[in-house]
Design a protein around this ligand. Structure first.
Ligand code: ATP
Ligand code: MG
Ligand code: MG
Ligand code: MG
Length: 563
């Protein structure tokens, strides 16, 4: 049936939602694709669900093309497997944990390595049963610290996650290559501009890993790109050596006692400095615990918790200089927005002091620091390397000046190796009749995030502007308002529909043509067909949503063109 707006639930908004910062957040809400249910949790309305399904379909087709088999695992999972892998603890606050009526511990799956390993352990017994690629498109749960930017970062979101199981290392390399190719096709078909960059493996574990990043100002990742060779890496994974920090003079650390989480105001007042002062070498004690060092100058910040990891006695007498001699205690973290955690070792670095760009680091397990707080997201003493990269720094491969850009992580592929197979003793019977430990890969695509990433990259000042493959319809037919125009619009709609074209007809009565045109541009279907001024002559207008190019032509011709 032709989709008619007069019979559809669609409410567009003239104004941006008050809390929205990114284009995709504003536009997806205003155009009636999604509605916020609670923080980081979203309802997909009819238009949004269509787009989400279109992305899922492309993902599915390309996963099937590499021999992936679709399954659906539960999202509600028991604690034990995650205990066995160590991730029940490792995930920290990110994990949604809950109890059943008998007091048993459960979690809502943030990613499913453990459970897939168990499925394969149950189903595959011989090397002949491998390789296997399993995937699902499923709701994932992560209690993100800052769920913002709309569906770009949800606490509940859609992910395609797949897992490869091989009985040899070469097999894993091949499964990884297949995924890399499938991802390339998927993102090309979706119409996303993307880069493949070296990445760190993070909580997933394992060795080789690459990310698919969609360059966009709204992105929370930063990557370096070499204009001269093919080197590209997430700044978390940049392999330039830690620069020697040049020591400069700085005042001793001051200690402030406060019962509350201090804000920049309370700090400024206490210290008798203007609110705009850069409060660097400063420790704050909350309830007897040191909680933070260094605050950016002009913003209100939650100073985070360094607390538990440093006994107050250890730090009460120190100056920043003393800290410099205790790199085992604190090795530093500085976020892109300023000093978010503790950076005493690097506080004297003139580049950081000037507030330039950003600093990232990685601990032993490859856990990375960006927007993280030392001591909360990291054990302070685990913190190993700090990497400072700036625009123009030499490319580690060819020496040319690096470019730096922001991007949205849309996909991530990992060669996990045997981490999970070891945790669950996943063996198959090998060629020689002996058990062989299985090796795994894991591969994710943010399906709901891809919708927002597309919106970010393609929207213009009038609204959304979808690539055809992903758009909720091919043609948006606007009936300007008079009876004859509506009649013609519905007739065109029916004909296009019969020809297999996905149409949406705006036949709403009592809505002005101006509002209809504005809505059509906001909604962003690639072709707009208007039954307007010359409807009586059987002439309609075709408008390309992206270029704005218009053309008047007879109905029959328009239909042939679009069908
Ligand atoms: P991020 O760095 O953005 O937090 P991640 O590295 O934690 O993402 P992965 O564990 O690699 O995410 O998950 C695979 C994919 O799932 C990501 O590449 C991303 O596209 C998507 N994804 C992860 N977290 C979210 C989220 N909170 N909301 C929407 N999509 C997400
Ligand atoms: Mg994450
Ligand atoms: Mg990431
Ligand atoms: Mg990732």
């Amino acid at each position: 049936m032709v989709q008619r707006l007069s019979r559809s639930m669609l409410k567009t908004l003239r104004d941006d939602p008050a809390d929205a910062e990114t284009a995709s957040h504003k536009l997806l809400v205003r155009a009636g694709y999604v509605r916020r249910s609670s923080a980081g949790i979203w309802t997909w309305l009819p238009l949004g669900k269509k787009v989400l399904e279109n992305v899922s379909r492309v993902v599915r087709e390309e996963m099937d093309a590499i021999g992936g088999q679709e399954v659906l695992l539960p999202a509600l999972l028991p604690r034990e497997p995650y205990e066995a892998s160590g991730r029940w603890e490792e995930y920290g606050d990110l994990l949604f944990r809950l109890k059943d009526r008998k007091g048993g511990d459960y979690l809502l799956g943030p990613t499913h390595e453990e459970i897939f390993t168990l499925v394969v352990k149950d189903q595959c017994t011989s090397y002949k049963d491998l390789p296997v690629i399993l995937y699902q498109i499923q709701t994932k749960y992560r209690d993100e610290a800052r769920p913002r930017s709309g569906v770009l970062r949800g606490r509940e979101f859609q992910m395609k996650d797949s897992y490869s199981f091989d009985s040899s290392d070469e097999g894993l390399v091949e499964s990884y290559r297949l995924h890399r190719e499938a991802y390339t096709k998927i993102f090309q078909r979706l119409g996303l501009d993307y880069r493949i960059v070296s990445a760190v493996s993070g909580a997933m574990g394992g060795s080789a890993s690459e990310e698919f990043l969609a360059p966009a100002a709204a992105g929370e990742d930063t990557f370096v790109d070499c204009p001269a060779c093919d080197y590209a890496a997430n700044t978390e994974a940049v392999t330039v050596p830690v620069p020697e920090v040049e020591r400069v003079e700085h005042p001793p650390v001051e200690l402030l006692d406060t019962p509350d989480t201090p804000t920049i105001e309370t700090l400024a007042e206490h210290l008798g400095v203007p609110r705009s002062a850069t409060l660097k070498n400063l420790l704050v004690k909350v309830d007897g615990k040191i909680t933070a060092v260094g605050v950016p100058g002009d913003r209100e910040v939650d100073l985070g918790k360094l607390g538990e990891h440093l006994a107050p006695a250890e730090v009460e007498l120190v100056t920043a200089e003393d800290f410099a001699d205790r790199p085992d205690l604190v090795r530093g973290y500085v976020g892109p927005q300023g000093l978010a955690g503790t950076a005493l070792r690097y506080i004297a670095d003139p580049r950081i002091a000037a507030g330039t760009s950003w600093v990232t680091g990685a601990n032993e397990e490859g856990k990375h620091a960006r927007n993280v707080v030392c001591g909360r997201d990291f054990e302070v003493d685990q913190y190993l390397d700090v990497v400072v990269v700036e625009e123009g720094d030499p490319c580690p491969r060819c020496g040319a000046g690096l470019k730096i850009d922001r991007a949205i992580e849309i996909g991530h592929i990992f060669q996990l190796g045997r981490k999970y197979a070891d945790a669950f003793q996943l063996d198959v019977l090998g060629r020689e009749g002996k058990p062989v430990r299985v090796t795994m890969g894991s591969y994710g695509i943010g399906v709901s995030r891809a919708v927002a990433a597309l919106a970010e990259q393609t929207a213009d000042d009038k609204g959304l502007c979808w690539p055809r493959e992903i758009a909720p319809a091919d043609v948006h037919v606007v009936a300007a308002g008079k009876a004859a125009q509506t009649e013609l619009a519905l007739e065109v709609g029916e004909k296009l529909h019969s020809a297999g074209v996905r149409v949406l007809v705006d036949d709403r009565a009592g809505v002005s043509p101006g509002v209809k045109f504005t809505d059509a541009e906001l909604i962003g279907i690639p072709t707009i067909l208007v039954a307007g001024r010359r409807a009586a002559e059987g002439i309609v207008e075709l408008k390309d949503r992206r270029t704005g190019a218009r053309e008047e032509l007879p109905v029959a011709e328009a239909i042939t063109r679009l069908a």
